[in-house]
Design a protein around this ligand. Sequence first.
Ligand SMILES: *[C@@H]1O[C@H](CO)[C@@H](O)[C@H](O)[C@H]1NC(C)=O
Ligand SMILES: *[C@@H]1O[C@H](CO)[C@@H](O)[C@H](O)[C@H]1NC(C)=O
Ligand SMILES: *[C@@H]1O[C@H](CO)[C@@H](O)[C@H](O)[C@H]1NC(C)=O
Ligand SMILES: *[C@@H]1O[C@H](CO)[C@@H](O)[C@H](O)[C@H]1NC(C)=O
Length: 265
Amino acid sequence: MMNLNTLFFSLLLLFLFFHIANGFNITKLLSQYSDFSSFNSYLTQTQLAGDINSRQTITILVVDNNGMSSLSSKPANVLKKIMSIHVVLDYYDLPKLKKLSKKSSILTTLFQSSGQASGQQGFLNVTNMNNGDIMFGSAIHGSNLGANLVKSVVSQPYNVSVLQISTVLIPTGIENSTATSPSKAPAHSPKSAPPSKAPAPGGPAKAPSEAPTADTPGSPPKPAADGPAADAPTDKSDGIVGVALGLSISIAMIIVSTLCFVSMA
Ligand SMILES: *[C@@H]1O[C@H](CO)[C@@H](O)[C@H](O)[C@H]1NC(C)=O
Ligand SMILES: *[C@@H]1O[C@H](CO)[C@@H](O)[C@H](O)[C@H]1NC(C)=O
Ligand SMILES: *[C@@H]1O[C@H](CO)[C@@H](O)[C@H](O)[C@H]1NC(C)=O
Ligand SMILES: *[C@@H]1O[C@H](CO)[C@@H](O)[C@H](O)[C@H]1NC(C)=O
């Protein structure tokens, strides 16, 4: 009987693990839209897809293949930074964007959580214009809101939203920030490799840290809480541990009560 229980328990855990771990697959989701195939392949190439899939509450700002062509000559580490600017760590769909408090909000991006962002580089500003347009830009002071919302592509409240914007967002200074990127080996940059890449003169020479807002010098902008979803990156493995714990307790209780029943009969 115990063996059967153990087997059952293992199978159940296995099932739950795969069920929870496959919340969504951004690569698969975007593969249905050929307009965004460049964006999708960059997500895979920069290994951001895995990071995105490990989160439960996320918004991806996608740009169509024409708009992405300007990124084709960027070195791998820069490409990764730019792509991670387009991943917002909260759920924003059309209804939520139309109801922004004060018609404007600051969004935290995946780039901010990389620890490589300096100042406001890791944040975006989304603003409801008077003419009804919804505009996106870097939150760095003096940046213009250069991209407008084209349409909503996917919305699965409150987990994943995919919004199309008109153009890629490249915050000032992101291309030559000095943070050491943990990318591997000499990436396949075709021919445009400058002999020596000296770090920017006045750039921030901080080690990448895990804390999202650790190296923001001034007061970091507070991402407005405009909806039910929190923007803390939740780790699904926590959920698995919780489920496993709960399950073990229930299984133990079942075993104990079965044993009691058997001994009473
Ligand atoms: C969606 O998000 C909620 C919390 O925001 C979480 O409990 C749930 O597991 C998520 N669903 C998927 C499929 O990831
Ligand atoms: C996501 O989907 C793609 C394409 O369908 C597949 O190649 C990849 O293995 C999937 N990733 C995960 C983690 O399931
Ligand atoms: C976003 O940018 C606009 C235009 O620069 C500015 O008026 C607005 O205050 C900014 N929003 C926030 C929340 O900082
Ligand atoms: C850094 O980028 C800015 C513009 O984004 C440029 O003006 C500056 O020359 C660059 N610095 C270096 C060291 O490449």
